[in-house]
Design a protein around this ligand. Structure first.
Ligand code: GDD
Length: 406
């Protein structure tokens, strides 16, 4: 038996996702029409002998209650939300719930960050781990040298794949091989975390040894990367499995547009029935370009043109002549006649007026400039919203550019 744990963090962590994260925890914001954590959860479902999935975070339980019960029913796998009373760090949080996680005596525990986008080759990681032995195997990927410094950089033995050296977000370049935030461990990981706790306790009563006394985080906070991976590297305990498929981290709304795109193209292979189709030649269906997800409850005018990379959630109404490109439209939005939305995320219950334009200030997702409308924003007719972030419940009756509307 194996179990999976997904670290979902808490409200203090999602600040870059404002205003979308005001009413919805970041892990539940839809990408490709499904909550962000739906993608790792459905990957877990494919592991053989998976007994349970735990989501660990410090959001209020009620925020996840509806999602965990519906996904448990849908996948026929128990998915439980475990709430920490306060943040314990990525390893501390795992340790805090060790008795719940080990209840069914699993042989292995998968650990996944909620904010990474990839194809989650979990079974392959487990198979590799069984060959290497050791206490854990982590998914790694090569990125450009410039990008690497935002992640954990590591050195692995090219033959044995052993993790030889690990540094979290180093200031000077170590390696272009980085930590993807996806791991499998044996139960020995709990002993390793316990070891760090014991060491911290010993050093706090022994001032001559200041390795942990100089930590800038609370005493019961243990980080998987700095406190576990770094000291265990080079001790034949940790191994790496190189990801050959797509991988992105989802820290900003701009990245979420990119990740939505990656998941939509993955649907082409894994779940083509979720993708919309239509060539605009029949009068009943709008023209669909590239990969597009449209919830079955959406009302689309046949003269609209949609795609590529568009996902439209439940109960959205799209009027005649509307053009949508590279955007995420959340539930209950209304987009009126001839409006144009590109490189943007439109929050729940918002309304876009006739002949209005909502767009980024550049045409590159990654560089600043994606427009985000919070919940229940009204853009009146013939208004342009360019590269702006608009907080919930605002009404825009004049055009704005590169602005934050509070
Ligand atoms: N439950 C809980 N409690 N979750 C937490 C806590 C905590 O106290 N702290 C962080 N998390 C969750 C976050 O929500 C995220 O899913 C994951 O743990 C890692 O978050 P961070 O520790 O903030 O690290 P990071 O995202 O900046 O970087 C990590 O992931 C990168 C890959 O995305 C590092 O491991 C990097 O090395 C790695 O490259």
């Amino acid at each position: 038996k194996v179990v999976a744990v997904i670290m979902v963090g808490g409200p203090t962590k999602g600040t870059r996702f404002r205003p979308l994260s005001f009413n919805t925890p970041k892990p539940l914001i839809p990408l490709a029409g499904q909550p962000m954590i739906h993608h790792p959860i459905s990957a877990c479902k494919k592991i053989s002998n998976l007994a349970q999935i735990f989501l660990i975070g410090f959001y209020e339980e009620r925020e996840f209650a509806l999602y965990v019960s519906s996904i448990s029913n849908e996948l026929k796998i128990p998915v439980r939300y475990l709430k920490e009373d306060k943040p314990h760090g990525s390893a501390g949080a795992l340790y805090y719930f060790r008795d719940r996680i080990m209840e069914e005596k699993p042989s292995h525990v998968f650990l996944l960050n909620c904010d990474v986008c990839c194809s989650f080759p979990l079974q392959d990681i487990l198979d590799a781990h069984r060959r290497y032995s050791g206490i854990g195997t982590m998914l790694v990927i090569k990125v450009s040298a410039e990008a690497a410094s935002q992640f954990g950089e590591l050195i692995a033995d090219p033959d044995t794949k052993e993790l030889l050296h690990y540094t979290e977000k180093p200031e000077t370049f170590v390696s272009d091989l980085i930590n993807c935030g996806v791991y499998v461990f044996t139960s020995d990981i709990f002993k390793a975390i316990e070891g760090v706790y014991n060491q911290m306790r010993d050093t706090s009563s022994n001032y001559s040894h200041f390795q942990y006394a100089t930590r800038s985080v609370p005493a019961d906070f243990v980080r998987l990367d700095q406190d576990i991976l770094s000291p265990l590297a080079g001790k034949k305990q940790l191994y790496t499995y190189e990801n050959k498929d797509f991988w992105e981290q989802i820290k900003t709304p701009g990245k979420s547009l990119k990740c939505s795109d990656l998941y939509l193209s993955q649907f082409r292979e894994t779940s083509p029935h979720l993708l919309a189709s239509g060539d605009g030649t029949t009068n009943k269906k709008p023209m669909i370009v590239g990969d597009v997800y449209i919830h079955p409850s959406v009302k689309l005018h046949p003269t609209a043109k949609i795609g590529p990379n568009v996902s439209i959630s439940a109960n959205v109404r799209v009027g005649p002549g509307v053009r949508l490109i590279n955007c995420i439209i959340l539930d209950d939005v209304e987009i009126k006649d001839n409006a144009f939305v590109i490189n943007s995320i439109i929050g729940w219950k918002s309304s876009i007026g006739r002949w209005s334009r909502v767009q980024a200030s550049g045409d590159d997702n990654e560089r600043l400039g994606v427009t985000i409308l919070g919940e229940a924003v009204t853009v009146e007719d013939e208004v342009a919203v360019i590269g702006s972030i608009v907080l919930q419940n605002k009404t825009l009756n004049a055009s704005v550019q590169d602005d934050i509307i509070l």
